[in-house]
Design a protein around this ligand. Structure first.
Ligand SMILES: [Zn+2]
Length: 448
C-alpha cells in the first residue's frame, strides 16, 4: 500500500509540473479561464461536502451553478479568522479528500493558533506550482539547473510538515544541496556555516534576514554573500531590502503565502511587487466597509483558495494590507501584481547578550496550547517583558502562565523578568495592526 501511495504520489506530482513554467505567461483571459474552471469545481464540491457552504447555500438560496466567474464570490459573506478558529470542522470537507487531509497550525497576525487542513492531492500538486517560483531563482542565477540553498527556519514549521509528507508520499527528488538551520541556533554559528558552505540562495523569514544583514553590516562581520536572498512568511522593511540589495548587492525575492493558502504570489526578477497566482488563489482588496476597491487603492487582502479541498476558504480575510496594481510588469508574466504589501509584522527581540531572537520562537511556545486564545509579548527594556494572555478562562491562565514563563525564560535568558497579565477581553484587532511580539526598545539592532 505504501509503495502504491508513493507511485501514485509521484505520478500526481510529476503530472502537476507539466506546463507550469508557461502558465504565468499565458494571455490573461486564458489564466482567468483556468481560474474560473477551478472555482466552479470547488464551489460545487463545497456545496455538497463542506458543512458551512452547504448550509449557507441552502439558507441563502444560492445556486452553486451561478458561480461562473470569480466575481460571483462577492455574493458570499466575508469570512474572518476567528470564525474558522472557533468552528474549524464547519470548513473541513466531509469527503475523502477532507477526511485524509493534513493539519497545519497557523499563528498569523492575530496571535491565535488556527488549524487548517490541506488535502493530500493539493500538497502533491503544489510541487508543480512551485516551478513558477523556482523559475525566478533560476533566471537570477543565469539559468543554472541546480543550486545550493541555505534555509533558516524553526523546527515544525509548515515547510517541514510539507517535506515530511512528500518524503512519505512520492519518490525523490532528494534535495541534498539544501542546508538547514534553526532560528534558535546562535547567529555566529549560522554565519560560520554559511561561510563554509557558500550557498547560492539564503532563505528565511524577512525579519530574520534583515536582522542578520544589519548585524553583519554594523559589526563588519565577514559573510559569504549568496546570489539571491529569498524571504517568506513575514515582511522585510523597505530599509532592510535596500540594505541587502544596494549595500550588499544581493537581489531580494519573496513568496507571499500563508498557512491558509500555500500559493498566493511571488516576486519576479523585477522585484517590484508580487505576481499573484491568479488561477490558484483569487485575491481581492476590500475597504473598511467590506467593498471591493480598484487598482492602486490600499485595503485588506481577501483570498479564495481554489486548490485546497481540505479546509475550504472562500472570501477569507487574511489580515494583510495591500493594493492591486493596474500596471503590467515588464517581465512578460500576465499575472496581476500586488503591491505595497504590509504583511505580518512582528518585532525581533534584541537580548542583553547582543544576540537577537526571532518572534516565531515565541509562537512555538503557544502553538500547542489551545487554551491560549491569544498572546502578546511586549519588551519594555532589554530584560523586562510583559506577557498578555487571553485564555479560555481564568483557570487556564493560572495553569499555563507558570509553564509558559519557564519556556520563555529559556529563550530570553535567565535574567529576563517576565510578568504575565491575564486579559479577560478578547478584542479583535484591525488587519495588519496587531503584533504578537512587540518591542518598545527605541534603539533596535544597534548591536553595540
Ligand atoms: Zn514580473
Amino acid at each position: 500500500m505504501k509503495l502504491f501511495n508513493k507511485v501514485h504520489g509521484s505520478i500526481v506530482s510529476a503530472a502537476s509540473m507539466i506546463g507550469q513554467n508557461h502558465v504565468p505567461y499565458l494571455p490573461q483571459e486564458q489564466v482567468w479561464e483556468l481560474r474560473d474552471k477551478r472555482l466552479r469545481g470547488l464551489v460545487r464540491y463545497a456545496s455538497k461536502t463542506v458543512p458551512y457552504y452547504r448550509d449557507l447555500f441552502r439558507t441563502q438560496d444560492i445556486d452553486p451553478a451561478d458561480f461562473r466567474t470569480a466575481e460571483y464570490l462577492d455574493r458570499l459573506p466575508l469570512l474572518d479568522k476567528d470564525t474558522v478558529r472557533r468552528n474549524p470542522e464547519l470548513f473541513l470537507s466531509e469527503s475523502g479528500h477532507g477526511q485524509t487531509a493534513v493539519p497545519f497550525v497557523t499563528g498569523g497576525t492575530t496571535g491565535s493558533p488556527l488549524t487548517v487542513f490541506h488535502d493530500r492531492r493539493s500538497l502533491l500538486r503544489n510541487t508543480g506550482f512551485n516551478r513558477r517560483e523556482k523559475d525566478v531563482i533560476r533566471n537570477l542565477l543565469g539559468g543554472k539547473a541546480s543550486w545550493r540553498t541555505a534555509a533558516i527556519g524553526y523546527q515544525g514549521a509548515t515547510g517541514d510538515t510539507v517535506r515530511r509528507f512528500l518524503r512519505q508520499n512520492r519518490f525523490g527528488p532528494t534535495r541534498s544541496g539544501r542546508l538547514r538551520f534553526r532560528l534558535s541556533d546562535p547567529v555566529e554559528s549560522i554565519i560560520d556555516a554559511l561561510n563554509d558552505n557558500r550557498p547560492d540562495v539564503i532563505s528565511a523569514h524577512g525579519s530574520y534576514l534583515e536582522a542578520l544583514f544589519r548585524m553583519v553590516a554594523v559589526r563588519g562581520i565577514h559573510l559569504h554573500l549568496p546570489k539571491v536572498v529569498s524571504y517568506r512568511s513575514d515582511t522585510m522593511t523597505d530599509a532592510g531590502k535596500r540594505l541587502i540589495e544596494e549595500d550588499f548587492g544581493v537581489p531580494v525575492i519573496s513568496r507571499y503565502n500563508a498557512v491558509e493558502d500555500f500559493k498566493i504570489g511571488f516576486t519576479c526578477e523585477q522585484r517590484s511587487g508580487f505576481h499573484l497566482h491568479e488561477d490558484l488563489t483569487y485575491v481581492k482588496i476590500i475597504d473598511g466597509d467590506g467593498r471591493r476597491v480598484g487598482p492602486g487603492e490600499t485595503g485588506e487582502v481577501v483570498i479564495s483558495n481554489l486548490v485546497n479541498r481540505g479546509t475550504v476558504l472562500l472570501n477569507y480575510r487574511l489580515g494583510d494590507i495591500a493594493a492591486l496594481s493596474g500596471e503590467r510588469c515588464p517581465c512578460g508574466r500576465s499575472f496581476v501584481m500586488l503591491c505595497d504589501l504590509e504583511g505580518r509584522v512582528e518585532d525581533i527581540v534584541y537580548l542583553p547578550d547582543g544576540e537577537f531572537m526571532h518572534p516565531r520562537l515565541v509562537w512555538k511556545v503557544f502553538k500547542h496550547r489551545p487554551g491560549v486564545l491569544r498572546y502578546q509579548l511586549i519588551q519594555h527594556a532589554l530584560d523586562t517583558f510583559e506577557l498578555r494572555l487571553a485564555t479560555l478562562d481564568r483557570a487556564t491562565f493560572e495553569r499555563v502562565s507558570g509553564e509558559v514563563i519557564v519556556e520563555l525564560r529559556a529563550l530570553l535568558g535567565p535574567s529576563a523578568v517576565i510578568e504575565a497579565v491575564h486579559q479577560a477581553e478578547f478584542q479583535p484587532y484591525a488587519a495588519g495592526k496587531f503584533r504578537p511580539v512587540l518591542s518598545l526598545l527605541k534603539e533596535r539592532g544597534s548591536f553595540t
